[in-house]
Design a binder for this molecule. Structure first.
Ligand code: THG
Length: 262
């Protein structure tokens, strides 16, 4: 499982404050803690309170790059903010994200190609969040088609079925899981899949348990990557053990420690 740490997000009070006060140490601490916990990449989101996200994202990217060269996932619904981050990002970057709207795809797929970035495509359009599996598959197919049109490789595309809170959309959970499996049949080579895991537990009382259970189930449906809190050790242990069960790394008695040293 490719782990994208979710904690550098202005929606968290400490990060929102650090962005406002240009407190590099707080951001760098958050970056390093996530990497030490096993994150392969870091999501970077200025959050709803940022008044100048075009500049704030550059400051965040430059601040994080002072302490790590892990890939960054530039997380914004505004293409201008993503492009601004791409301009200063030194290493392989993920664009998070394009929707399935033609106007968004027309900007973000060429941008991903130009910067040799990976691209997350979320199955949302101007009409909103899909209500069933067929709508998710249709939007996903539109995203894949746009990538193929522009010569952007499907293997560098991560399709996101949009995870909803289980207390809001309980009847959709099975569809979301099946979408993770079905997205793979859209093209050959197949696109990859990703979820924003913490969405599933928003507003629930036992968040870590809900997150962990959904992650293990999604892993069984073939999930490739997840945006999550890597500092949740039980969650990371479950992710690593799912990979073990799926034969992605070799068993040894100390597989949890061995994986973390990789
Ligand atoms: N798909 C993609 N990108 C995404 C998401 C997604 N990026 C943002 C988000 N969803 C993933 N990141 C988070 C980060 C935090 C939370 C959920 C998802 C979260 N935060 C606490 C809350 O809202 O209760 C905030 C706690 C606090 O304020 O301290 O749950 O789905 N591609």
């Amino acid at each position: 499982m490719y782990i994208i740490g979710e904690l550098i997000n202005g929606m968290y009070a400490n990060i929102g404050k650090a962005i406002n006060q240009k407190d590099k140490k707080e951001i760098q601490k958050c970056a390093l803690e996530q990497i030490e916990s096993g994150a392969d990449a870091l999501d970077v989101n200025c959050g709803p309170a940022s008044k100048d996200a075009v500049n704030d994202i550059q400051w965040l990217v430059e601040t994080i790059q002072e302490v790590t060269d892990k890939p960054l996932a530039l997380d914004s619904s505004k293409p201008k903010v993503i492009e601004s981050g791409l301009k200063v990002a030194k290493n392989k970057t993920l664009i998070n994200s394009t929707t399935s709207d033609p106007e968004k795809l027309a900007i973000l797929v060429p941008l991903a190609k130009q910067y040799n970035a990976k691209l997350i495509g979320i199955t949302i359009n101007a009409k909103g969040i899909p209500q069933n599996k067929d709508q998710r598959l249709e939007m996903a197919a539109n995203i894949v088609a746009a990538c193929l049109d522009h010569g952007f490789p499907a293997e560098d595309l991560y399709l996101d079925p949009i995870v909803m809170p289980v207390n809001v959309a309980q009847a959709q959970m099975r569809d979301i899981l099946e979408s993770i499996r079905d997205f793979k049949i859209i093209s050959d080579p197949a696109p990859k899949t990703v979820v924003g895991l913490s969405n599933v537990s928003q507003g629930t009382l036992v968040r870590p348990l809900v997150n962990r259970t959904f992650l293990v189930m999604a892993a069984a449906y073939g999930l490739d990557a997840a945006i999550l809190d890597p500092k949740d050790k039980d969650l990371m242990d479950a992710a690593i053990t799912s990979d073990l069960i799926l034969n992605k790394h070799i068993y040894c008695d100390s597989f949890l420690t061995a994986y973390r040293k990789k």
